[in-house]
Design a protein around this ligand. Structure first.
Ligand SMILES: [Zn+2]
Length: 388
């Protein structure tokens, strides 16, 4: 049941327009039983009204091979609503418009004032994903955009494969969009917009205020926070904002990764420095605890040892808290001496170690011997090659 038919004098009649698109009254055609023919198969047609009063044309005889035959009332109604929405958006609308070379026949072909073409397809009969993709590509090859519409209760799987809008059925008031149209904010993420009228959605799709987008999760409009997945429609500026936010978060995660890797490397380096220190000095933990107790008994309970440090010849600096900061007051068991020995004493655990410091010395060095054996704390000076 198409909306268009060919008239011998008036040409193409469009039943969705009050003047049939060519300045003729419906009654003139309906009553007069004008000789009408089908634009697709050239079969004879008659003007008719459906039980709901919808004007259309019908083949006189069964024509199973005609692409315009066998159309359901539901299809006719959806087509009619899409045509009305296209016209309300200010686009010229052609019903059942065929490509000159026959590659496609659009249910509704909307043409913008500057010549853009957009096919609005009412797809209620079963179709495979491959077929709907292939038909979409045929439109694309001619520079025609296409959006597919379905008004059945549940969206069909093929709808995810192509630009499509799932809409409400015609009963009870104007149609609204069932599919997801979403807006974005950095704070709330993607949120589905509720109850968009079909006319608005078609107008926004036609003029590019809505574009297809794909994101992992869209929230709403159902409660509690129903999540949708897959493709949906949104304004390009929302897509851009989401992209920007996603890039920002990605950069943030990268920076956090770098921080974590650095911290991990520092931790590993510290553990390795301790390992080298214990191996080099041959000191066990009980021995170190006695040594530490003697040192802190002599130099102050507010002192504490840090990790072995390359800045102090791989020895362990002894810190004291002063004026909100820390200061190095001595260095335990360094492998090397540096300029720091001019102002910082060295800590050793026995007399042989005292002599090893003398071997390393290149000037006068103050050395404290904290001996776990004698539990004593003595102050010495060494100079290159000697203790005095
Ligand atoms: Zn036909």
């Amino acid at each position: 049941m198409p909306f268009t038919a060919q008239h011998p004098e008036h040409g193409r009649l469009d039943a969705t327009q009050p003047d049939l698109g060519c300045g003729v009254g419906w009654e003139d055609i309906h009553r007069a039983r004008a000789p009408l023919s089908c634009a697709a198969c050239e079969g004879r047609m008659v003007a008719r009204k459906s039980v709901l009063g919808l004007r259309h044309f019908a083949h006189r005889r069964r024509t199973p091979d005609c692409p315009m035959a066998g159309e359901s009332v539901g299809h006719l109604l959806l087509k009619s609503d899409l045509a009305a929405a296209g016209r309300a958006a200010g686009w010229e609308v052609l019903l059942e418009a065929a490509a000159p070379h026959g590659a496609w026949r659009a249910d509704v072909l909307a043409v913008s004032p500057d010549g853009l073409r957009y096919a609005l397809e009412a797809q209620l009969s079963p179709i495979t994903e491959d077929a709907v993709r292939e038909r979409t590509e045929r439109y694309a090859a001619d520079g025609v955009e296409v959006c597919w519409f379905d008004d059945r209760q549940r969206p069909r799987p093929w709808m995810a494969a192509v630009p499509s809008l799932h809409v409400t059925s015609p009963d009870g008031g104007p149609r609204t969009v069932r599919g997801v149209i979403a807006r974005y904010s950095a704070g709330s993420g993607w949120q589905a917009v509720e109850a968009v009228a079909l006319d608005d959605a078609v107008a926004w799709v036609l003029d590019g205020r809505l574009a297809q987008h794909e994101e992992r999760i869209v929230y709403g409009p159902g409660e509690p926070w129903e999540a949708c997945r897959g493709r949906f429609w949104t304004a390009p500026h929302y897509a851009a904002a989401a992209q920007e936010e996603s890039a920002r978060r990605h950069a943030e995660r990268e920076a956090e990764d770098v921080r974590r890797r650095k911290a991990q490397a520092a931790k590993e380096e510290k553990a390795a420095a301790y390992e080298r220190f214990w191996t080099r000095t041959g000191i066990g933990s009980a021995w170190w605890r006695s040594f530490e107790a003697i040192v802190r008994g002599a130099l102050g309970r507010d002192t504490f040892f840090g990790a072995p440090s390359a800045a102090y010849g791989d020895g362990r600096p002894l810190y004291v808290k002063r004026d909100g900061g820390v200061r190095v007051v001595a260095v335990a068991l360094p492998a090397r001496l540096g300029e720091w020995v001019e102002t910082t004493p060295v800590l050793v655990d026995d007399v042989p170690a005292l002599h090893r410091v003398a071997d390393l010395a290149f000037g006068d060095v103050e050395v404290f011997v904290a001996s776990p054996v004698s539990e004593s704390f003595e102050c010495w000076w060494v100079r290159p090659g000697g203790v005095y």
